[in-house]
Design a protein around this ligand. Structure first.
Ligand code: ADP
Length: 438
């Protein structure tokens, strides 16, 4: 604070002179000093009230201008207010620019409070969700988008995967929702229109299904003719080998087509009949089904052990689960040398039931693990073809598992075997006695 200026000094001098003057006339110096001090105090209180008035109304007040001490205070406050105004303006401009930038994005953004009431949205969000500023501000998100899946997704607060919703307005719109929680409270929702990608994906699936279906009949006819020719022994010696090779390739192609049809069926249909399946029954049938394979590919010494399956019931589709475990077991038989040991075991870990197919075979290099469930992905192309592999087995396994709300987790170490773990949620498992993994 600046030191008191001339008016304050003059005021103080005048008051002291007055006190001395009155004191010398009356002979009561103390009383006159007291009276002058009280007068000065009253003047200060009056000025303080004027100061408060000025603070509230911000109107110029000449009474404060007479004292440079109060004038100084007013000036300082005015300077501070001007600086704050400038900062506010700058902030407002920044927020405005940010809103403008967010509005120009081709994705919808919605900010809701912690009760899921709409606070702000950008242009694309108002187009996608048909939001109106004067009508929908403050409205509950779930009363605007009446979808139980969205409500469940939001209430579970598990936002690692996006939520995909199909809205049926004039046209079918498929929207992908990402939700993130905001530190100060509330959520930000990012909405992307993926109708176009969804249509392309459906076209791709339909195309693969149609092509496979169309190829099936001519291929069956070709294979039939070749088989008849080979069986009738009417083929000249020099053509026999070529025809036998054609039959092998034709049968391979038939397997690929069959597996592509299985995949597209899994992709396009809803999960079929679900029953309670005794795990031990299912796995025993899968094991006896693979006996023929073991003989055909000379793996008769390979041992298959099932562990801890007799107390478990799994809720799912028998045919799909049969195909899943057949795929995993056939792979283990095919890719591990004769005499290997394969285990199929059940464990309960946390809130998941895990059915694992473990082998002590050659293992799979780490860099391939993430891609194994892609269609036609093979670790070693030539070896996989030799063994009759199509590269579709694990893609089918992954689809079957996802139709059972389950995941496939693959662990493998070169020269130390592989484990294909099927992780089912607990609500699909019924146990007679619990076996928990540490
Ligand atoms: P394929 O029809 O070629 O067997 P899959 O999708 O079933 O196709 O498997 C993909 C690839 O994963 C196989 O080509 C093989 O290289 C590898 N693989 C699968 N299971 C095993 C296993 N138990 N041990 C080693 N490699 C395996």
């Amino acid at each position: 604070m600046r030191r008191a200026g001339p008016t304050t000094i003059i005021e103080l001098l005048t008051l002291s002179t007055s006190a001395i003057f009155i004191g010398s006339i009356t002979g009561e110096f103390t009383r006159s000093a007291l009276a002058i001090s009280v007068a000065y105090l009253l003047l200060t209180i009056w000025r303080r009230n004027r100061f408060y008035e000025w603070l509230e109304k911000q109107e110029p007040n000449s009474s404060l201008w007479l004292s440079d001490m109060w004038r100084d205070m007013v000036k300082r406050i005015e300077l501070r207010q001007a600086a704050l105004k400038k900062e506010n303006l700058l902030l407002e401009r920044k927020v405005d620019n940010l809103h403008r930038a967010l509005s120009s994005l081709n994705v919808g953004l919605v900010k809701v409070d912690s009760d899921w009431r709409l606070e702000w949205w950008n242009g694309q969000a108002s187009k996608l969700l048909m939001l109106k500023l004067n009508k929908d501000l403050g409205t509950h998100l779930f009363s605007l988008i009446r979808n139980p899946a969205l409500r469940e997704y939001a209430e579970n607060r598990e936002f690692t995967e996006p939520l995909i919703l199909t809205l049926h307005s004039q046209r079918r719109i498929v929207l992908e929702h990402f939700i993130g929680s905001v530190n100060q409270g509330g959520y930000i929702i990012l909405i992307r229109d993926i109708s176009h990608f969804q249509r392309l994906e459906e076209m791709r699936t339909d195309f693969v299904a149609n092509v496979s279906h169309e190829l099936k009949t001519p291929l069956t006819v070709i294979i039939g003719y070749i088989e008849t020719l080979l069986e009738n022994n009417t083929v000249p010696e020099n053509m026999y080998r070529a025809l036998a090779n054609s039959l092998t390739q034709g049968l391979r192609m038939k397997t690929i087509i069959q597996e592509l049809l299985i995949l597209s069926n899994l992709e396009t249909t809803k999960a079929s009949e679900q029953t309670e399946i005794q795990l031990l029954d299912l796995v025993s049938q899968v094991i006896s089904h693979t006996d023929r394979l073991k003989e055909t590919i000379l793996k008769t010494e390979t041992k298959i052990i099932s562990k801890n399956l007799d107390q478990t019931i799994i809720i799912g589709n028998w045919n799909e689960l049969f195909s899943l475990f057949s795929n995993l077991l056939s792979n283990a038989i095919q890719y591990c040398p004769n005499g290997s040991t394969i285990q199929i075991c059940f464990t309960l870990k946390g809130d998941q039931g895990i059915i694992a197919v473990k082998d002590n075979g050659p293992g799979i290099p780490h860099e391939h693990l993430d891609r194994l469930t892609e269609r036609f992905y093979r670790v070693d192309n030539s070896h996989s073809r030799e063994t009759g592999g199509t590269g579709l087995g694990l893609a089918i396994a992954k689809h079957i598992l996802s139709r059972h709300d389950a995941d496939l987790k693959i662990r493998s170490q070169v020269n130390d075997g592989s484990t294909f773990g099927c992780h089912f949620p607990k609500n699909r498992i019924i146990l007679n006695s619990i076996s928990e993994e540490d």
